[in-house]
Design a protein around this ligand. Sequence first.
Ligand code: MV4
Length: 475
Amino acid sequence: MQTVAIYSKPDRTSPHVLLADEAYCIGPGTSSKSYLNVIKILDVIQKCNADAVHPGYGFLSENCDFADAVQKTGAVWIGPPTKAITTMGDKMAARKLALKIGSPVVPGTTEPLTSINNAKETAREIGYPILIKAAGGGGGKGMRIIHSENDLKNVIGQAKSEAKKAFADDRIYLEKYLEEPHHIEIQVFADNHGNVVSLGERECSIQRRYQKIIEETPSPFIDDKLRLELSKIAIHITKSCDYSGAGTVEFLVDKHKNFYFLEMNTRLQVEHPITEMVNGIDLVKEQIRVAAREKLSFTQEDIISSGYAIECRIYAEDGFNNFAPSTGIITEIMFPHGLGVRMDEGVRVGQEITVYYDPLLGKLITWGKDRKTALRRMIRALKEFQISGIETSIPFSLMVLQHNSFQQGNYSTHTLDAMKNELSEAANNHKKEHNWAARIGAVHAYHKSQQTIITRKGQNKSNNWTVSGRLDELQ
Ligand code: MV4
């Protein structure tokens, strides 16, 4: 298949641009003027006469108006039907649908809050702590925890105005705040011939500010019985919104293994490679097949999960400094390789990392026949990974992976916070090491500058002519 890339000006040297058969610049770095600019993108679709459009993840991938507009150009949308995007995009409508089919749902409301009194009453029924969520949100955007009735009025006001700004929708609702759940998601796939399958779960509990850092499958916490139950409900939800293509149904699972539907994401997700690795299925290829109205290339019985896979997201962030974004030019990269190692990289040497976008540089995925092997390979690969010019989340991820809780597979959404003290101690050691490395480097550089470079014929300067002349003599 021939591919066409779109890019913003600062992304002109990104791998996706260089690998595509054609590429079109759609504007400057600011997302609203490029990757979120529907008119510009539609223009390119027409200019290059695209047969189909892959929505990717982020940006407009779950925007139903965009999906509609693409299809009006005559191009195929490699994503779910617009109606499914709309229903699941409204997080309250999604809760209602899940309730209707008999899925457990986090206790809370299915109607938008109408007044402070209404909120007080509902919160008392549910019991504190409660969580305020935006109907138009999802993925933790616009979420607020409330511990007591005193905070209710202020926080609701803030949440409403925030939701209005971010999603152009100020509807908010309440949920019981579950204290230490696991964040488990099920990968579903549907075609346009009535087939819907589950490709198993991903454990996504290691997050900071609702941004996933490490994901793995299968989850060390989920047994076969629970996996089957989650899959059954996920498939039921998928069918009930007339879905097709790749989708993810999110659940919270508490320590007693009670589970609750949370939301459905109507796109392929960043962490999809771990599902690909254990099932041996190319999910993007399958998306294209389904969009071409072919049948799924496998049935539920054909799906045989084998081994364990882990993904570490590589962010341009300083994990030791409250995840502050790190900007600069990438001066050097050495990617890890080897058996069971997959690197999905999005950057090259020379590329400038700016503040325009989510700071995800790439994803490192390892596979092993058992969890121990996958985990050992991940730690080895992260240690092999070299990147200069910016700070990355690699040292932070290494510490989490080597932590006893992670090694034992005994962690929840609460664990990263609980690790904070130990991690900050490790962070200090890491900084000390860096400090020593810098001092040693300075001493070395000084000594080098004091040395006289002795070359032939008394020349103490080298240039490209003499170097290539000498090379010639040597051959
Ligand atoms: C919750 C929750 C607890 N109770 N909802 C975060 C991302 C979004 N998809 C939903 N998320 C959560 N929703 C209720 N009612 C816990 C999370 C959550 C989380 C919370 C705190 C720290 C880390 C977390 C990681 C994943 C999910």
